[in-house]
Design a protein around this ligand. Structure first.
Ligand SMILES: NC(=O)c1ccc[n+]([C@@H]2O[C@H](COP(=O)([O-])OP(=O)(O)OC[C@H]3O[C@@H](n4cnc5c(N)ncnc54)[C@H](O)[C@@H]3O)[C@@H](O)[C@H]2O)c1
Ligand SMILES: O=P(O)(O)OC[C@H](O)CO
Length: 323
């Protein structure tokens, strides 16, 4: 029996990489980009030069500018930045209804404070949602390097979805804890900005390790207070992604922080999810529970200087390590 087609909505780096690995594994995949010129270029050149230059698109991958064509598939991967997910879901609600919607973004929506699957469920009542998250750079997936991710869904049918989306290069671990998986993925971007600031400002790798440890405690505190499972946070979508994003210059969040730490202007054209997520969480939190997040938000808004941020980041009051 032929396996169902998969639609990927959003032809950025991550959407294209997921479409490539699925198509390479023999799946029929359509990749929706809203920009017709980009679709034409992908069709004629056989690559997505804007986002993943040099990686060929397999023949079973069909770029399309017609959202209805991609959304005809029963499983849809929504690979757009968190802050644009609602617009995509609301404007295409009719086409998306009745499909399995897999959010492939990491963040918290500004204004509502909602996570990606919560945005989808609000925009499309009754939607069957999941989230694909964890440590992975798009370029690694696209090049077929081995990657392990978390597939989280609170809905029934998780095993079937896992079987549909796993590829020989992309190992998927299943959990029902969609809340924990999404909070870990959202917060690690904020901590990665802080880690970039620490290195960019020359505070050193030891300070970064301290920051990452405190950042992880912050993730655990917030997520567990909302009902996430500790094992989710210790897994790929939490600890795993925190390590990758805080330690690699391939990360846009890390590089954003690094530029700020060096006193340079960050590249404003990149998708840097941690910026809006920091503001979204800080708007709702306080510096006792979310010290790193609140500091990152204040630094990004220019409300504190780099020196003040350093004190806030690295010179917290002495207390017991468990605190
Ligand atoms: N790039 C990575 O290595 C990577 C890895 C894992 C997860 N992610 C996550 O994937 C999400 C997307 O990141 P990315 O790297 O692909 O970003 P990107 O900037 O490369 O691409 C985002 C794409 O979304 C498209 N888009 C935005 N709004 C849209 C809409 N309404 N309809 C259709 N398309 C729309 C843009 O045109 C762009 O092509 C982020 O949440 C990111 O955290 C990225
Ligand atoms: O480039 P970043 O910082 O968005 O990180 C990409 C992925 O989320 C890493 O897992």
């Amino acid at each position: 029996m032929e396996r169902p087609e998969i639609g990927v909505l959003g032809a950025g780096a991550f959407g294209t990489a997921l479409a490539i690995t699925l198509a390479r594994a023999g799946r029929r995949v359509s990749l929706y980009a809203r920009d017709e010129a980009q679709v034409d270029r992908m069709r004629t050149t056989g690559e997505n030069a804007a986002r993943l230059p040099g990686v060929p698109l397999p023949p079973s991958l069909r770029p399309t500018a017609a959202v209805a064509e991609a959304a005809a598939a029963p499983i849809l991967l929504l690979a757009v930045p968190t802050q644009t997910l609602r617009r995509l879901a609301e404007t295409q609600a009719g086409a998306l209804a009745g499909r399995t919607l897999v959010a492939c973004c990491k963040g918290v929506e500004l204004g509502s404070g909602l996570l990606p699957t919560e945005v989808l469920e609000q925009a499309i009542p009754g939607a069957r949602t999941a989230v694909l998250t964890g440590p992975s750079f798009a370029v690694d997936i696209a090049l077929g390097k081995p990657t392990a991710l978390t597939l989280a869904t609170a809905h029934r049918g998780g095993e079937a979805l896992q079987a549909e989306l796993a590829t020989p290069d992309l190992r998927l671990y299943l959990t029902e804890d969609a809340l924990g998986a999404q909070l870990g993925g959202a917060l690690k971007n904020v901590i990665a900005i802080a880690a970039g600031v620490v290195l960019g400002a020359g505070f050193g790798e030891s300070a970064r390790a301290a920051l990452m440890t405190r950042g992880f405690a912050e993730i655990q505190r917030l997520a567990e207070s909302r009902g996430a499972l500790p094992e989710t946070l210790a897994g790929l979508s939490g600890f795993g992604d925190l390590v990758l994003t805080c330690t690699s210059e391939k990360s846009r969040n890390f590089r954003h922080g690094q530029a700020i730490g060096r006193g340079e202007l960050p590249d404003g054209a990149q998708t840097v999810e941690g910026v809006m997520t920091a503001h979204a969480l800080a708007a709702d939190g306080d510096s006792d529970t979310l010290p790193v997040t609140c500091m990152v938000s204040a630094l990004l808004k220019g409300q504190v200087s780099l020196d003040e941020a350093k004190d806030l980041l690295l010179s917290r009051p002495l207390r017991h390590e468990r605190g």
